[in-house]
Design a protein around this ligand. Sequence first.
Ligand code: PGA
Length: 253
Amino acid sequence: MSRKHLLVGNWKMNLGPHQAREFASSLAAEISALKRTDVWVCPPMVSLAAASEALLSSPVLVGAQNVHWAKTGAFTGETSPLFLKDLDVTFSLTGHSERRTYFGETSETVAMRTETALAEGLKVIVCVGETETERANGTTDQVLGDQLAPVFARLSAALAPQVVIAYEPVWAIGTGKVASIQDIAATHKFIQQLWNAQGYDHQPTILYGGSVNPQNFAEILALKEVSGALVGGASIKLDQWLELIRIAEATAE
Ligand code: PGA
Protein backbone atom coordinates (compact mmCIF):
# COMPACT_ATOMS: atom_id res chain seq x y z
CA MET A 1 0.00 0.00 0.00
CA SER A 2 1.35 3.44 -0.86
CA ARG A 3 2.03 5.87 1.93
CA LYS A 4 -0.19 8.86 2.59
CA HIS A 5 0.90 12.35 1.71
CA LEU A 6 1.71 14.65 4.61
CA LEU A 7 0.75 18.32 4.37
CA VAL A 8 1.85 20.54 7.25
CA GLY A 9 0.85 24.17 7.76
CA ASN A 10 3.24 26.39 9.71
CA TRP A 11 1.27 29.41 10.87
CA LYS A 12 4.46 31.08 12.22
CA MET A 13 3.68 34.18 14.36
CA ASN A 14 0.22 34.60 12.84
CA LEU A 15 -3.28 33.92 14.22
CA GLY A 16 -3.54 34.60 17.94
CA PRO A 17 -6.02 32.54 19.99
CA HIS A 18 -9.22 34.20 18.73
CA GLN A 19 -8.22 34.24 15.08
CA ALA A 20 -6.81 30.72 15.37
CA ARG A 21 -10.10 29.40 16.74
CA GLU A 22 -11.99 31.10 13.91
CA PHE A 23 -9.62 29.83 11.20
CA ALA A 24 -9.52 26.31 12.64
CA SER A 25 -13.33 26.21 12.92
CA SER A 26 -13.67 27.19 9.26
CA LEU A 27 -11.11 24.54 8.34
CA ALA A 28 -12.93 21.90 10.39
CA ALA A 29 -16.20 22.80 8.66
CA GLU A 30 -14.61 22.21 5.24
CA ILE A 31 -12.87 18.89 5.96
CA SER A 32 -14.80 15.84 7.00
CA ALA A 33 -12.64 12.96 5.81
CA LEU A 34 -9.21 12.61 4.24
CA LYS A 35 -8.32 9.53 2.21
CA ARG A 36 -4.72 9.88 1.13
CA THR A 37 -3.39 12.87 3.06
CA ASP A 38 -2.48 13.56 6.67
CA VAL A 39 -3.01 17.24 7.42
CA TRP A 40 -1.20 18.82 10.36
CA VAL A 41 -1.06 22.48 11.45
CA CYS A 42 1.34 24.36 13.73
CA PRO A 43 -0.31 27.38 15.41
CA PRO A 44 1.65 29.70 17.71
CA MET A 45 2.08 28.25 21.25
CA VAL A 46 -0.58 30.52 22.76
CA SER A 47 -3.09 29.43 20.09
CA LEU A 48 -2.52 25.68 20.43
CA ALA A 49 -5.41 25.10 22.84
CA ALA A 50 -7.91 27.15 20.81
CA ALA A 51 -6.92 25.47 17.53
CA SER A 52 -6.94 21.98 19.10
CA GLU A 53 -10.43 22.50 20.48
CA ALA A 54 -11.77 23.76 17.17
CA LEU A 55 -10.22 20.82 15.29
CA LEU A 56 -11.10 18.15 17.84
CA SER A 57 -13.62 16.31 15.68
CA SER A 58 -11.72 16.85 12.41
CA PRO A 59 -8.89 14.69 11.05
CA VAL A 60 -6.46 17.63 11.26
CA LEU A 61 -3.72 17.26 13.90
CA VAL A 62 -2.27 20.19 15.80
CA GLY A 63 1.42 20.56 16.66
CA ALA A 64 3.94 23.07 17.96
CA GLN A 65 6.46 25.19 16.08
CA ASN A 66 9.21 24.38 18.54
CA VAL A 67 9.90 22.43 21.74
CA HIS A 68 12.59 22.65 24.41
CA TRP A 69 15.15 19.98 25.27
CA ALA A 70 14.47 20.08 29.01
CA LYS A 71 11.32 18.81 30.66
CA THR A 72 11.06 21.68 33.16
CA GLY A 73 13.33 24.33 34.64
CA ALA A 74 14.79 27.81 34.31
CA PHE A 75 14.33 28.32 30.56
CA THR A 76 12.31 31.52 30.28
CA GLY A 77 10.15 31.70 27.19
CA GLU A 78 10.53 28.04 26.24
CA THR A 79 8.00 25.18 26.10
CA SER A 80 8.48 21.72 27.54
CA PRO A 81 7.42 18.63 25.60
CA LEU A 82 5.48 17.65 28.73
CA PHE A 83 3.34 20.79 28.41
CA LEU A 84 2.62 19.98 24.78
CA LYS A 85 1.54 16.48 25.73
CA ASP A 86 -0.65 17.99 28.45
CA LEU A 87 -2.51 19.76 25.62
CA ASP A 88 -2.73 16.50 23.63
CA VAL A 89 -0.34 17.94 21.07
CA THR A 90 1.26 15.10 19.13
CA PHE A 91 4.16 16.65 17.23
CA SER A 92 6.48 19.63 16.92
CA LEU A 93 8.73 21.25 14.37
CA THR A 94 12.38 21.69 15.29
CA GLY A 95 15.13 23.64 13.55
CA HIS A 96 12.98 25.87 11.37
CA SER A 97 15.28 28.24 9.50
CA GLU A 98 13.72 31.25 11.24
CA ARG A 99 14.71 29.70 14.59
CA ARG A 100 18.23 29.09 13.35
CA THR A 101 18.57 32.56 11.75
CA TYR A 102 16.88 34.86 14.28
CA PHE A 103 17.17 32.93 17.54
CA GLY A 104 20.63 31.43 17.34
CA GLU A 105 19.61 27.80 17.28
CA THR A 106 22.39 25.47 16.25
CA SER A 107 22.22 22.00 14.77
CA GLU A 108 23.29 20.70 18.18
CA THR A 109 20.43 22.39 20.09
CA VAL A 110 17.99 21.36 17.36
CA ALA A 111 19.17 17.76 17.85
CA MET A 112 18.75 18.08 21.64
CA ARG A 113 15.20 19.41 21.22
CA THR A 114 14.42 16.60 18.79
CA GLU A 115 15.83 13.93 21.10
CA THR A 116 13.80 14.96 24.17
CA ALA A 117 10.59 15.44 22.22
CA LEU A 118 10.93 11.95 20.74
CA ALA A 119 11.77 10.45 24.12
CA GLU A 120 8.56 12.02 25.48
CA GLY A 121 6.49 10.44 22.73
CA LEU A 122 6.05 13.35 20.31
CA LYS A 123 6.65 13.10 16.58
CA VAL A 124 9.16 15.64 15.26
CA ILE A 125 9.55 17.39 11.93
CA VAL A 126 13.21 18.37 11.71
CA CYS A 127 13.71 21.29 9.30
CA VAL A 128 16.91 21.69 7.31
CA GLY A 129 17.98 23.83 4.37
CA GLU A 130 20.79 25.78 2.75
CA THR A 131 21.08 29.53 2.16
CA GLU A 132 21.29 31.02 -1.32
CA THR A 133 25.06 31.54 -0.95
CA GLU A 134 25.58 27.96 0.17
CA ARG A 135 23.69 26.68 -2.87
CA ALA A 136 25.61 29.03 -5.16
CA ASN A 137 28.88 27.80 -3.64
CA GLY A 138 27.93 24.18 -4.22
CA THR A 139 27.94 23.33 -0.50
CA THR A 140 24.26 22.35 -0.14
CA ASP A 141 24.98 18.67 0.52
CA GLN A 142 27.66 19.51 3.07
CA VAL A 143 25.33 21.93 4.90
CA LEU A 144 22.44 19.45 5.02
CA GLY A 145 24.77 16.68 6.16
CA ASP A 146 26.10 18.91 8.96
CA GLN A 147 22.59 19.90 10.05
CA LEU A 148 21.38 16.30 10.16
CA ALA A 149 24.47 14.62 11.67
CA PRO A 150 23.73 15.56 15.33
CA VAL A 151 20.10 14.51 14.88
CA PHE A 152 21.10 11.11 13.49
CA ALA A 153 23.70 10.71 16.24
CA ARG A 154 20.89 10.84 18.81
CA LEU A 155 18.24 8.96 16.85
CA SER A 156 17.70 5.25 17.47
CA ALA A 157 16.20 2.96 14.84
CA ALA A 158 13.27 2.45 17.21
CA LEU A 159 12.37 6.15 17.23
CA ALA A 160 13.30 6.92 13.62
CA PRO A 161 9.73 6.28 12.34
CA GLN A 162 8.58 9.20 14.52
CA VAL A 163 10.78 11.64 12.59
CA VAL A 164 9.91 13.57 9.45
CA ILE A 165 12.50 15.67 7.65
CA ALA A 166 11.49 18.94 6.00
CA TYR A 167 13.85 20.22 3.34
CA GLU A 168 13.36 23.97 3.08
CA PRO A 169 15.90 25.98 1.09
CA VAL A 170 16.23 29.17 3.17
CA TRP A 171 16.10 31.37 0.06
CA ALA A 172 12.75 29.84 -0.96
CA ILE A 173 10.96 30.49 2.34
CA GLY A 174 8.39 33.27 2.06
CA THR A 175 10.05 34.68 -1.06
CA GLY A 176 7.94 33.29 -3.88
CA LYS A 177 11.09 31.60 -5.26
CA VAL A 178 10.81 27.83 -5.48
CA ALA A 179 13.67 25.40 -5.98
CA SER A 180 13.68 23.78 -9.41
CA ILE A 181 12.04 20.40 -9.75
CA GLN A 182 15.46 18.89 -10.57
CA ASP A 183 17.06 20.42 -7.46
CA ILE A 184 14.20 19.28 -5.22
CA ALA A 185 14.45 15.73 -6.57
CA ALA A 186 18.25 15.63 -6.25
CA THR A 187 18.31 17.13 -2.75
CA HIS A 188 15.57 14.84 -1.45
CA LYS A 189 17.45 11.88 -2.90
CA PHE A 190 20.60 13.04 -1.11
CA ILE A 191 18.73 13.28 2.22
CA GLN A 192 17.28 9.82 1.58
CA GLN A 193 20.83 8.47 1.10
CA LEU A 194 22.00 10.09 4.34
CA TRP A 195 19.05 8.50 6.12
CA ASN A 196 19.63 5.08 4.59
CA ALA A 197 23.29 5.21 5.58
CA GLN A 198 22.15 5.24 9.24
CA GLY A 199 20.68 1.76 8.84
CA TYR A 200 17.13 2.73 9.85
CA ASP A 201 14.83 0.04 8.56
CA HIS A 202 12.26 2.15 6.73
CA GLN A 203 12.25 4.87 4.10
CA PRO A 204 12.19 8.45 5.42
CA THR A 205 9.29 10.86 5.07
CA ILE A 206 10.74 14.00 3.46
CA LEU A 207 8.70 17.15 2.95
CA TYR A 208 9.58 20.04 0.66
CA GLY A 209 9.02 23.58 1.96
CA GLY A 210 9.51 27.04 0.53
CA SER A 211 6.85 29.07 -1.28
CA VAL A 212 4.60 26.08 -1.94
CA ASN A 213 1.26 27.22 -3.37
CA PRO A 214 -1.64 25.77 -5.38
CA GLN A 215 0.14 26.61 -8.65
CA ASN A 216 3.38 24.71 -8.00
CA PHE A 217 2.32 21.99 -5.57
CA ALA A 218 1.11 19.24 -7.92
CA GLU A 219 4.39 19.16 -9.84
CA ILE A 220 6.45 19.02 -6.63
CA LEU A 221 4.27 16.34 -5.08
CA ALA A 222 4.49 14.23 -8.23
CA LEU A 223 8.20 13.61 -7.48
CA LYS A 224 8.65 10.15 -5.99
CA GLU A 225 11.23 11.55 -3.54
CA VAL A 226 8.68 14.01 -2.05
CA SER A 227 6.25 12.81 0.64
CA GLY A 228 4.44 16.12 1.09
CA ALA A 229 5.01 19.75 2.00
CA LEU A 230 5.62 22.16 4.85
CA VAL A 231 3.73 25.32 3.98
CA GLY A 232 3.87 28.79 5.54
CA GLY A 233 2.05 31.63 3.77
CA ALA A 234 -0.47 29.51 1.86
CA SER A 235 -1.45 27.60 5.02
CA ILE A 236 -3.16 30.61 6.62
CA LYS A 237 -5.21 31.53 3.57
CA LEU A 238 -8.17 29.20 3.82
CA ASP A 239 -8.93 28.98 0.09
CA GLN A 240 -5.28 28.20 -0.77
CA TRP A 241 -4.90 25.71 2.07
CA LEU A 242 -8.06 23.85 1.04
CA GLU A 243 -6.80 23.78 -2.54
CA LEU A 244 -3.45 22.31 -1.41
CA ILE A 245 -5.34 19.62 0.52
CA ARG A 246 -7.50 18.93 -2.54
CA ILE A 247 -4.37 18.56 -4.72
CA ALA A 248 -2.76 16.17 -2.20
CA GLU A 249 -5.94 14.11 -2.06
CA ALA A 250 -6.12 13.95 -5.85
CA THR A 251 -2.45 13.20 -6.57
CA ALA A 252 -1.49 9.56 -6.87
CA GLU A 253 1.70 8.58 -5.07
P1 PGA B 1 6.47 29.63 2.99
O1 PGA B 1 7.09 29.13 4.37
O2 PGA B 1 5.54 28.56 2.49
O3 PGA B 1 5.74 30.90 3.35
O4 PGA B 1 7.61 29.87 2.06
C1 PGA B 1 7.49 27.80 4.52
C2 PGA B 1 8.02 27.57 5.92
O5 PGA B 1 8.66 28.47 6.47
O6 PGA B 1 7.84 26.49 6.49
